[in-house]
Ligand binder design. Structure first.
Ligand code: ATP
Ligand code: MG
Length: 266
């Protein structure tokens, strides 16, 4: 049985324009899915629909066998954590500590356990020295790290990252990606919205949106070999794919195979 099941999802913010058009896909428990698509293709809107922040005009979302609606939304939010694109939108507390605690409070995590997790996850994102600071005093990247710590601390089965690493410096990003890889190995289901093709290459599957529709959804290994998919959905090509395409003559076929190997390495 699929873990997340999206059927015939449609959504419009205004009467004029449909933002999500008949979206259908399923995600299995433990999958890592990268969601790609040009600006305005509907990625963040889809993420909001998955956690019940917007209600589809037509269609349904099912998580772990539960259909998302007003009665189940609380239950479903215990299973899915989300880090939003803009860190300014996710702060509610007076201090960084309050902010990391916020999601756990909603899950009624016992206080002792909560303190342990605040300690562990603030260190994980190198923000342990800022716990008593006001979130408004932080840089964009630091805010994003606090938001990530808060979501990781909830220890949900699924996490959606909506361009969550775009504000991080290369070192923080690599650190976080390594930790996410570890969580994935332990069974976390990951939905990672990203413009960074290298980040997307870490995923088992890629879901590519184009103008509110699912343009492609397949194993990353399969999609990575298809230049047309990337070109037609206005996405950057993985460098190795670009080079491999360039080396299209037969005498280079060995190099081409090597490059496929390289690009497929996780
Ligand atoms: N609150 C809103 N009210 C009206 N229209 C909106 C709203 N939020 C998004 N839209 C529109 O919906 C469409 C999809 O937006 P969405 O934010 O889901 O795209 P995205 O793929 O996440 O883009 P980006 O890569 O820039 O983050 C866009 O045309 C956008 O202008
Ligand atoms: Mg977005």
């Amino acid at each position: 049985m699929s873990y997340i099941d999206v059927k015939g999802l449609n959504y419009s913010y205004t009467k004029k324009k449909k933002v999500l058009k008949d979206i259908n896909f399923t995600i299995n428990k433990g999958d890592w899915v990268a969601v790609l698509g040009h600006n305005g293709s509907g990625k963040s809107t889809l993420a909001k629909a998955l956690v019940g922040l917007i209600e589809p005009s037509v269609g349904s979302v099912e998580v772990d066998g539960l259909e998302l609606n007003q009665d189940t939304v609380y239950e479903i939010r215990k299973k899915i954590g989300i880090v939003f694109q803009n860190p300014d939108n996710q702060f509610v507390g007076v201090t960084v500590r309050d902010d990391i605690a916020f999601g756990m409070e909603n899950l009624a995590v016992p206080r002792e356990e909560m303190l342990k997790r605040i300690d562990f996850f603030s260190k994980k994102v190198q923000m342990e020295k800022y716990l008593d600071k006001e979130p408004s005093q932080l840089s964009g990247g630091q805010k994003q790290r606090v938001a990530i710590a808060g979501i990781l601390a909830m220890q949900t089965d699924i996490i959606i990252f909506d361009e969550a690493t775009s504000m991080l410096d290369p070192f923080s990003r690599e650190d976080l990606m390594n930790y996410i890889k570890k969580l994935h190995e332990e069974g976390l289901t990951i939905i990672m919205i990203t413009h960074d093709i290298n980040e997307a290459l870490l995923a088992d599957k890629m879901l590519i949106l184009k103008s509110g529709e699912v343009f492609a959804y397949d194993d990353s290994q399969v999609l990575m070999r298809d230049k047309e998919v990337f070109v037609n959905s206005f996405l950057e090509l993985p460098v190795a794919l670009e080079i491999a395409n360039f080396l299209s003559k037969d005498k280079y076929s060995d190099i081409k195979e090597k490059l496929w190997e390289y690009v497929s390495m996780k």
